[in-house]
Design a protein around this ligand. Structure first.
Ligand code: ADP
Ligand code: MG
Ligand code: MG
Length: 883
């Protein structure tokens, strides 16, 4: 087996396509080399070696050691160095790189190979002792942290103390001999902590770092990240070993990161940050505030620190050329890392850049316009679920803004919440149902769970490419970073800004669009869905076959769904209409009635209310199909629960408490999900279904007159298992239809159909289709009844199932295609066999889940129906499934 792939000097053994074996970083380093770009030479140890390592008790495969040795010689041949030889110095970085980019999850060690001897050689060779000792102390810090597992703070403390003693503000002010002093203190501390000295042997250092990269694949942070992003453990990570280039060799050296287009807005402008006389992660870590790369960006940001364009015009020019070349080559926006060593540019990384949903849309639309990609590719480039971010509110421009601090607009959207200062607190408060803003000096990978639990993130340090900014953008959470005027005191639990002090629990708002931090809650606006969003949606609509409807019963939801592009209502749950105000009273009267006559009297009160609901829905959906489901839940859901409620309702309705209690007891069920509900109610109390049918038909007549276009209602009978159940209810519906037509003199077209939500219904679909003119697969209940799992009780064990690898995904979130999906397929096929033009749709959460939508496309359903906010997601996912 080939465990090691080399790259360097315009050639490489791997290619961009080898990402699975070499990891993203390694594959792209190889590709950049092959393109002839300036990349320090190096080699990649494959992900297969990582898997071998874990499969064999954390040992290395035979031959790896030799392969690494010759690969080091390969580097040396290019650079003229020799690893471990002070007379021909060769220092390397050891970098992890998994298949999918996992920002900040894995650790990198720079300047490896330095020791008490080689550091002198480095000082001589570079003619810059300050630089050499700065590099050595960085190496000791990183290596101790990553490989020797010593806490970062140990070194920070020593450093801060020394800085204070010298009266320095920046690390760059230290002289060579002062760094030597710091190094001595570091080494002393390490010996104290570990009982042995810092390793001096470069070979030992190298293998320590390689082992640490492999081990970090299984560290807590990496495991959490993989779980959150559905990355399989079996992928493993690669290790990249690469000759060092130095951005910390004084004022003509620098290091930076850049995006070929703005990752926040998508604007086609090179966008990035750099630091002079700095190394590697200084930019990302927010140790100093970085400078802009282009003049244009510097001016836009109002910064008085010179841009790279101004400071190092030649290196800047080659960087611009290379970034253009890479974007064209990869046909996507790239995220780049570079270092300038004494004026010479070196490329250290390229990958497809993470971006906000807004930027993703703009970039896709503009790249299609530039002819770089096709429209279908543009549609395919957008992650449907990310659209969610765009559907979230922003601050009303007319709102009064009480600005207490300014930071960088690191991730768009606005959020309001209570201040918390730690990730654990964020999680606690979130699970207590509170909305929080996580306020930190800066975030680290340990904060991922807290960031998830928060509405938004606010940091006082760090730039647009800081950890907080990158991760928040990925999560679609609003973030303001680097709000330097804010003083956070973790110990006191306070945040101070412009003389005002905020405590934990105080409410603030952050505006990720402009970096403002505002006092209190601020009115928000719904987003506008025009421009790039509309363009992608239009292209998607042109490519999709599936129709997209919405689940809605209130006028507000229906209107919102229409504005999101819903093509009708796929599920109107009528029970939701019975809960408020006078309705619940009439409903309870109906339930408490002893005779059919009393029941009809109560239903007569409900009829006009129900009718006016439907008129409004039909008007909003003018000309579009509307599917209305007859009453579905068991009746006891409408009765009061606690003693106080019972007393209150009894008094209001003027019935004895006893009677109410008695009825509640009579309606009690041990397993209501499988109880007296759905069409079973209509069979027991046909007058309920009749009232609803009448309300629907009368509303259809009325709305038809008002809008001028005839309404074709689709009446849906829930929880049918037997054809005879459907026939029984359908006969009542048909009779009412006839009556209303006679009374109104208007002919009404309508469809009667059923939900397929019981396995029996799916299996007997060919028989049920004799009576049903449409099927709507109610996959929420169908999942419950197929698995025999109650959705309301599943949370307690499904997560355990996930953790133990028994299921990969919650079947209530993404359709279980093998089981529940098989029943849907059977139902669809059998339904069509009997009635070739039967309308087929799916309602329930799965109607808004991209993977489930792809399945619906594959079996040729006519439409999916989902909640209003998921309509754009479904439109896009339906197009992607069809392309
Ligand atoms: P991450 O995946 O966290 O970005 P990287 O391996 O890319 O980790 O490295 C961290 C930092 O060190 C980056 O800024 C990178 O550009 C820099 N770096 C890595 N290898 C070298 C090298 N050989 N010479 C100079 N800088 C390097
Ligand atoms: Mg990197
Ligand atoms: Mg159901």
């Amino acid at each position: 087996t080939k465990w090691v792939y080399t790259f360097g000097d315009g050639a490489a053994e791997g290619r961009a396509g080898d990402r699975n074996l070499l990891g993203g970083k390694g594959a792209n380093l190889a590709e950049m080399c092959s393109l002839g770009l300036p990349v320090p030479p190096g080699f990649t140890i494959t992900t297969a070696a990582c898997n071998w390592y874990y499969a064999n008790g954390q040992t290395y495969p035979d031959g790896l050691e030799n392969d690494v040795k010759s690969a080091l010689d390969h580097i040396g041949a290019i650079t003229g160095g020799r690893f471990g030889d002070p007379s021909r110095l060769l220092l390397v970085s050891v970098r992890s790189g998994a298949r999918a980019s996992m920002p900040g999850m894995m650790d990198t060690v720079l300047n490896l190979g330095l020791n008490d001897v080689t550091v002198k050689a480095l000082a001589d060779a570079s003619g810059d002792a300050r630089f050499a000792y700065d590099s050595y102390r960085r190496f000791i810090q990183m290596y101790s942290n990553v490989v020797l597992d010593l806490d970062h703070d140990v070194f920070e403390e020593i450093l801060e103390e020394e800085k204070a003693r010298q009266g320095y503000e920046l690390d760059t002010e230290f002289t060579a001999s002062q760094w030597q002093g710091v190094i001595a203190l570091y080494k002393q501390k390490i010996e104290e902590e570990l009982g042995k000295p810092f390793p001096q042997d470069p070979q030992e250092q190298l293998w320590g770092a390689i082992g640490a990269v492999f081990s970090s694949w299984m560290n807590h942070r990496a495991i959490t990240y993989r779980r959150l992003h559905d990355i399989p453990e079996s992928w493993g990570t690669a290790v990249n070993v690469q000759a060092m280039v130095f951005g910390n060799m004084g004022e003509t050296s620098a290091t930076g990161v850049a995006f070929t287009r703005n990752p926040s807005t998508g604007e086609k402008l090179l966008y990035g940050e750099f630091l002079v006389n700095a190394q590697g992660e200084d930019v990302v870590a927010g140790i100093r505030t970085p400078q802009n790369i282009t003049e244009a960006a510097r001016i836009a940001a109002g910064s008085d620190k010179p841009s790279l364009q101004k400071l190092m015009p030649e290196a800047f020019q080659s960087f611009v050329e290379i970034s253009n070349q890479l974007e064209k080559h990869y046909r996507d926006m790239q995220d780049l890392e570079f270092t300038i060593e004494r004026g010479k540019l070196w490329m250290l990384q390229t990958r497809s850049g993470k971006r906000t949903a807004k930027a993703a849309l703009k970039i896709a639309v503009e790249m299609a316009a530039e002819g770089l990609i096709t429209r279908n590719e543009a549609v395919k480039r957008i992650d449907p679920t990310s659209l969610d971010q765009l559907l979230h509110p922003t601050i009303d421009p007319k709102a009064e803004r009480n600005v207490v601090a300014m930071g960088l607009p690191a991730s768009p959207g606005a959020a309001t919440g209570e201040i918390v200062f730690s990730s654990d607190e964020a999680e606690e408060m979130r699970s207590a149902g509170r909305k929080v803003i996580l306020v930190r000096v800066e975030t680290s990978p340990e904060d991922i769970h807290g960031m998830h639990a928060s509405e938004g993130i606010l940091t006082t340090r760090g730039g647009m490419t800081s950890h907080a900014a990158v991760v928040a953008r990925g999560m679609g959470k609003p973030c303001v970073s680097g709000a330097g005027q804010l003083r956070v005191d973790y110990r006191a639990g306070t945040m101070t800004a412009m003389g005002q002090t905020f405590k934990k629990g105080d409410i603030i708002t952050i505006d990720g669009a402009n970096g403002q931090v505002l006092k209190g809650a601020v009115p928000m606006l719904q987003p506008e869905l025009s421009g790039d969003f509309a363009a992608i949606m239009e292209w998607a609509d042109g490519s999709r076959r599936l129709k997209v409807r919405t689940n809605a019963e209130t006028p507000t939801d229906a209107r919102m769904a229409r504005s999101f592009g819903a093509e009708g209502i796929g599920l109107c749950r009528t029970e939701h209409m019975f809960f408020d105000g006078a309705r619940i009273v009439a409903m309870r009267e109906m339930i408490l009635a002893d005779t059919e006559k009393d029941r009809r009297a109560a239903l007569d009160k409900l009829l006009p209310m129900q009718r006016s609901d439907f008129v409004e829905l039909f008007e909003i959906m003018a000309g579009l199909p509307v599917t209305i489901r007859l009453l579905d839940p068991p009746l006891h859901e409408f009765l009061p629960k606690t003693d106080e409620e019972v007393a209150e309702v009894a008094a209001a309705m003027n019935v004895p408490e006893e009677k109410l209690r008695h009825r509640t007891e009579a309606l009690h069920e041990f397993n209501p999900m499988l109880g007296h509900r759905g069409c079973r109610l209509a069979v027991s109390y046909p007058e309920i279904a009749e009232m609803q049918a009448r309300a629907i038909f009368e509303a259809a007549v009325e709305a038809g007159k008002k809008t001028g276009s005839p309404v074709v209602p689709e009446i849906m009978v829930p929880l049918v298992g037997l054809k005879k159940e459907l026939d029984f209810v359908k006969a009542r519906i048909d009779a009412v239809a006839k009556q209303v037509m006679t009374e109104s003199g208007v002919t009404i077209d309508y469809l009667t159909g059923t939900m397929i939500e019981l396995p029996r219904a799916a299996i007997r679909a060919h028989v049920i289709a004799e009576s049903a003119e449409f099927f709507s697969f109610g996959t929420n209940d169908l999942t419950q009844t197929t698995f025999g799992i109650s959705r309301d009780d599943a949370a307690s064990f499904l997560e355990t199932y996930r953790q133990k690898g028994i299921i990969e995904q919650d079947p209530f979130v993404s359709l279980d295609i093998d089981g529940v999906g098989e029943l849907v397929r059977i139902g669809a096929e059998k339904g069509r066999a009997t009635r070739p033009d039967i309308k087929l749709g799916i309602c329930g959460e799965h109607g808004g889940d991209p993977a489930s939508i792809a399945f619906c496309e594959s079996i040729g359903l006519d439409y999916v129906s989902c909640s209003p906010f998921r309509v754009p997601i479904a439109r896009l996912a339906a197009a992607q499934a069809a392309i």
